[in-house]
Design a protein around this ligand. Structure first.
Ligand code: AHR
Length: 628
């Protein structure tokens, strides 16, 4: 294998490998957004879903009151009357995960109505035994937030919470909340630290948010509207999640978007990760897999205005309306938004008509913002080709292509972009994953097997080799709760306490952590490696650190030995390193109980004159780093 380290070709975009975040599989509520109370504001369709009465002594009852237009964003609250001991219990999102000795912050909005009540919050284990409690200060006559800190004396994965009042009286409550205090960057009401850490370890170049189909919504009324996700938490309007019923075997009716993780938090997360934010906006079309509703032609202006206002929210100064809100929320400096997507997986001429209206206004008013348009899933065939034929000559900077296909497709398509038109828009491989349709694996379909990850790795060499036109790529979906998923495979799995990276996660990590600044040619017998003898390869160099970053996938069932020669470069200066990702069987996968079945191992190589000898295990991804 020959690598021309002194022939830099295309610059590799810092955005090359990113992440796709969508609130699917309990990714946000019940997942990375660390709130532990489900239906905290009683706004689910069934207002007491997730709640149960706690009847101890005497009498008590709960009524749900709707204050209507007085508080249109958060109309409902619970009104509780007690004569004895009475309260409410919350089951959390598939239980409440509690860590021994960790501190939790309980808070709620409350208003005393009559009589005198004392309250306490109790943490319970999975058998209903108390494992921590704290008294709550007596409520005053006006709505006010009350906060107490408490600890659990045991670790439980599926605990619960009780709010218990004693005495004779009545009070109103809303926004009942429990957060771990140890969140990502210790932000109160923040994100789950272990999950964000896994994302940070990927060093993603961008964060695409908030989806996915939830951008579109099952109908336009339930589309993602970013303006309803910013400002005070209690003023954000909850909606039903588009993934609440579709494939609902693991979200039977209780999947909503509280928007505790809203656009401000997405921008902040992107900044924390050192990644460029890529918001995707609704273009006036609801999800075609649901109602497929279209916004009336006149209404499209509203959607375009939302896009303009979002740029102001992200980049405007505090003298602007939306920039002021961002500053008030705690971020006076701009978020440096540089790109935006219009529509997710939209189809046909209706999309083109809407996209063109966005393009006209955005290119005129904000030429600095790159526009991402969409050709949707490659498997949609004629539709995909139709959209490409229209967008090819548009002013879109990037086209978002999706592919959820079998591993064979990924292997066959490793050269997909080798012959793409260099004069058209750049490529954003915005959603992809190899789906293994093998019912023999654990009696279920589409696990995150090593075989699926290996095929993706082979395909990714093709993305990297074509870095002149492929500017961004993201695996999808990103996160999934083991007890509440609607879509599989996913990059990272978690329960209420633990998280595990899949083999696919380690593939992403190996590519993203060995990005480089420029592609360089890599050949065997003067031929580019796109699957000959089941070998796939791509290479970059890092001109700042003078390292070659060679990726080789051996997708054959036998080990292979090669000499890697650095043509035109000096011999290796320092110790070359080989990172190997492989597993005994292509059907292997990682679980929360056995997270390390498929994990990279690193070994040092001996520098030979002009290169190194490498052994490539059967079915392996190898990243070979050679200082030169
Ligand atoms: O990633 C899951 C879904 O796949 C996304 O929401 C959608 O864009 C695609 O169909």
């Amino acid at each position: 294998i020959t690598v021309k380290v002194n022939t830099p070709q295309a610059p590799v975009q810092p955005t090359m490998w990113g992440i796709f975040f969508e609130d699917i599989n309990f990714s946000a509520d019940g997942g990375i957004y660390a709130e532990l109370v489900k239906n905290r504001s009683f706004e689910f369709e069934k207002p007491l879903m997730g709640w149960k009465e706690v009847k101890k002594e005497g009498k008590g009852n709960v009524l749900i009151v709707n204050r209507g237009p007085e508080n249109a964003a958060n109309p409902r609250y619970a009104s509780i009357s007690v004569n004895g001991v009475y309260g409410l219990a919350n089951e959390g999102f598939r239980g409440i995960g509690l860590q021994q000795e960790a501190a939790y912050q309980f808070s709620y909005l409350a208003k005393a109505k009559e009589g005198s009540l004392s309250g306490k919050v109790v943490l319970l284990d999975d058998k209903g035994q108390p494992i921590g409690e704290a008294a709550i200060p007596a409520a005053g006559k006006d709505w006010q937030r009350y906060t107490v800190s408490l600890k659990a004396d045991r670790t439980v994965a599926k605990g619960s919470l009780q709010l218990v009042f004693s005495g004779n009286g009545a009070l109103d409550i809303d926004m009942v909340s429990l957060f771990p205090e140890d969140t990502w960057k210790q932000r109160p009401g923040g994100l789950r630290k272990d999950l964000v850490q896994l994302l940070a370890d990927l060093h993603p170049g961008f964060v695409r948010f908030p989806g996915g189909c939830i951008v579109e919504g099952r109908d336009l009324a339930n589309r993602y509207q970013w303006k309803k996700t910013v400002g005070k938490i209690e003023d954000r309007t909850l909606i039903v999640n588009r993934w609440n019923t579709e494939f609902a075997h693991r979200a039977p009716g209780d999947y909503y978007q509280s928007y505790g993780l809203g656009f401000y938090e997405y921008f902040l997360l992107s900044e924390d990760l050192g990644a460029q934010p890529l918001p995707i906006l609704n273009c006036g079309m609801a999800c075609q897999y649901n109602t497929g509703e279209l916004a009336d032609d006149d209404d499209v202006e509203t959607y375009i205005q939302d896009a303009l206002d979002l740029i102001e929210f992200a980049n405007g100064d505090a003298a602007t309306k939306w920039g002021k809100l961002r500053a008030e929320m705690g971020h006076p400096t701009p978020f440096n938004l540089r790109m935006m997507g219009v529509g997710n997986e939209q189809w046909d001429s209706q999309y083109i008509a809407r996209y063109q209206r966005f393009e006209k206004v955005l290119k005129e008013k904000h030429p600095e913002i790159k526009l991402v348009s969409t050709s949707g899933p490659s498997e949609s065939g004629d539709r995909f080709n139709y959209l490409w034929s229209k967008l090819k000559n548009s002013r879109a900077d990037l086209i978002d292509e999706h592919y959820y296909m079998g591993p064979e497709w990924f292997l066959k398509n490793a050269a997909r972009y080798d012959n793409y038109d260099r004069k058209g828009p750049k490529i954003f491989a915005g959603e992809y994953a190899a789906h293994v349709r093998d019912k023999e694996i654990d009696g279920a379909e589409t696990r995150n097997t090593w075989g699926s990850a290996l095929a993706e790795a082979a395909f990714m060499t093709g993305l990297e080799r074509n870095a002149d036109i492929v500017h961004m790529a993201s695996y999808a979906p990103l996160l999934a709760h083991v007890d509440a998923w609607q879509w599989r495979p996913d990059l990272i799995w978690f329960d209420n306490l633990r998280a595990v990276g899949t083999p696919n996660y380690y593939v992403q990590k190996l590519f993203a952590n060995n990005l480089g600044t420029h592609t360089v040619p890599v050949t065997m017998n003067n031929t580019v490696l796109t699957g000959q003898d089941n070998v796939y390869a791509s290479a970059t160099i890092d001109q700042n650190t003078h390292r070659l970053l060679l990726k080789i996938v051996n997708a054959s069932d036998k080990p292979l030995n090669y000499k890697v020669a650095l043509q035109g470069g000096a011999p290796a200066k320092g110790t070359p390193v080989q990172q190997v990702l492989t597993s005994a069987n292509k059907t292997d996968y990682n679980t929360l109980e056995q997270p390390g079945v498929v994990k990279p191992v690193e070994r040092q190589l001996k520098a030979e004159k002009n290169g190194v000898n490498v052994e490539l295990a059967a079915n392996s991804l190898n990243v070979i780093v050679i200082p030169y």
